[in-house]
Write a protein that binds this ligand. Structure first.
Ligand code: NAP
Length: 373
């Protein structure tokens, strides 16, 4: 490991964010990796290459964090599996660079309480939230009117609902502007990702849902925009390249160079925006409702979506069945708040059981029944 500088625990090191983070860290002499974690892929080679002393494959990542005592945790695990690491960091006031939005969505109020107790920094890695964080930084809350999150619209932006019945996994895995891991790529195609981001923004920036708007912006150049009470709006622009928000989170508040080029406006730049279509992409609205209802409804939204996306990728259900399954699961839960991590894990597991049970009958039947009623 390099001497000096920030010692980073990189969780999800073998993934899309993890690999790009390793690139950023290797190019920055003030950053080093002290720990690496993955779900199942071996890490010995990466550990040797990047000088990481501690590694863990699967299991409870908080044990790795206890051993490594990092200055900063980059949580780039996918899904609810990242919740332990998020709470560990927030509780101890260890700086958290958060890519794993699912953990903040699911843990919600528990995460906020831990953050308040720990008193540390939480810097988002999601490009939209990194952008919003920068537009909101240092601003008095009463001067902020609303936040706009942009969505690329995904590969099916121009497909009819009838077309969406039969789109394949391969088609859903081709994102128009970002290259990402499979789960978030499917979430971008259904707009569940923007739904998760909406809830993430609510918790990160303490904004009511009615003050957070989502617009479709196909070129992914404007990452977020903040409207201020005097009628001004501040936007954050840049090429869609995750190395920028990753580096920002790892080097905050210093903002180091990344080698990523700035926008060339003289080459021409057209920015287009349109409202999202929640009829073809109902998961965005379902997320908003889950967020507004609070308690463990966001946790339920996330858990059902994880089960549905996994089933879609295995070819067990169709694209539109993802939203149908989530809607069905949300209707069946009471969403009572979780008082601690044990209760949260139980709420998550209950929805997974429920959603998995609904997968047994043919999902197309479920949707046919729903449409007929
Ligand atoms: N990719 C992007 O551009 C992007 C942008 C914004 C936000 N995000 C968010 O960042 C997170 C990661 O996304 P990604 O696209 O990088 O996903 P990914 O490519 O699928 O990578 C996921 C990583 O998580 C690891 N992992 C899975 N389960 C684990 C567990 N139980 N314990 C420890 N590690 C585990 C995987 O290890 P194995 O390889 O061993 O399975 C892999 O390293 C997600 O929450 C996503 O929403 C991603």
């Amino acid at each position: 490991m390099r001497d000096g500088g920030k010692r980073i625990a990189l969780l999800g090191a073998t993934g899309s964010i993890g690999r790009q983070a390793l690139e950023v860290i290797a190019a920055d002499p003030d950053l080093s990796v002290c720990a690496l974690a993955s779900g199942s892929k071996e890490l010995d080679e990466l550990a040797a290459e990047h000088g990481a002393e501690h590694v863990q494959v699967g299991g409870d990542v908080t044990e790795l964090l206890d051993r490594a005592e990092p200055d900063l945790v980059l949580n780039a695990i996918v899904g609810f599996a990242g919740v332990g690491a998020t709470l560990w960091s927030l509780e101890r006031g260890v700086t958290l660079a958060l890519a794993n939005k699912e953990s903040l969505v699911a843990a919600g109020d528990l995460a906020l309480e831990a953050w308040k107790r720990g008193g540390g920094l939480l810097v988002p890695v999601d490009s939209e939230h990194s952008a919003a964080f920068q537009c909101l930084e240092g601003r008095a809350p009463e001067t902020v009117d609303s936040l706009v999150l942009t969505a690329s619209g995904g590969p099916f932006r121009n497909r009819s609902r009838a077309d969406l019945e039969s789109v394949s996994v391969e088609e859903a895995l081709v994102h128009p502007t970002w290259s990402m891991g499979p789960k978030i790529t499917i979430d971008s195609a259904t707009l569940a990702n923007k739904g998760l981001e909406l809830i993430e923004a609510h918790f990160l920036f303490d904004l009511d849902y009615e003050r957070i708007e989502v617009v479709v912006h196909p070129s992914s150049i404007v990452h977020a925009l903040v409207r201020l009470r005097d009628g001004a709006a501040l936007a954050h622009l840049g090429h869609p390249d995750m190395r920028v928000p990753i580096s920002f989170a790892l080097t905050y508040p210093e903002r180091h160079a990344t080698g990523v080029s700035g926008l060339d406006l003289s080459a021409g730049l057209t920015l287009e925006f349109e409202p999202p279509d929640t009829d073809r992409f109902p998961l965005l609205q379902l997320a908003r409702e889950a967020g507004e209802r609070g308690g463990t409804h966001p946790c339920a939204f996330n858990a059902a979506n994880e089960v549905a996306v996994a089933a879609f990728m295995l070819g067990r259900i169709g694209f539109l069945d993802i939203a149908a399954l989530v809607e069905d699961a949300l209707a069946a839960v009471d969403g009572a708040p979780a008082r601690d991590l044990t209760e949260l894990v139980e709420a998550d597991a209950e929805v997974r059981r429920l959603a998995a049970g609904r997968l047994a009958p043919a999902m197309t039947d479920l949707r046919r029944t729903r449409r007929a009623s």
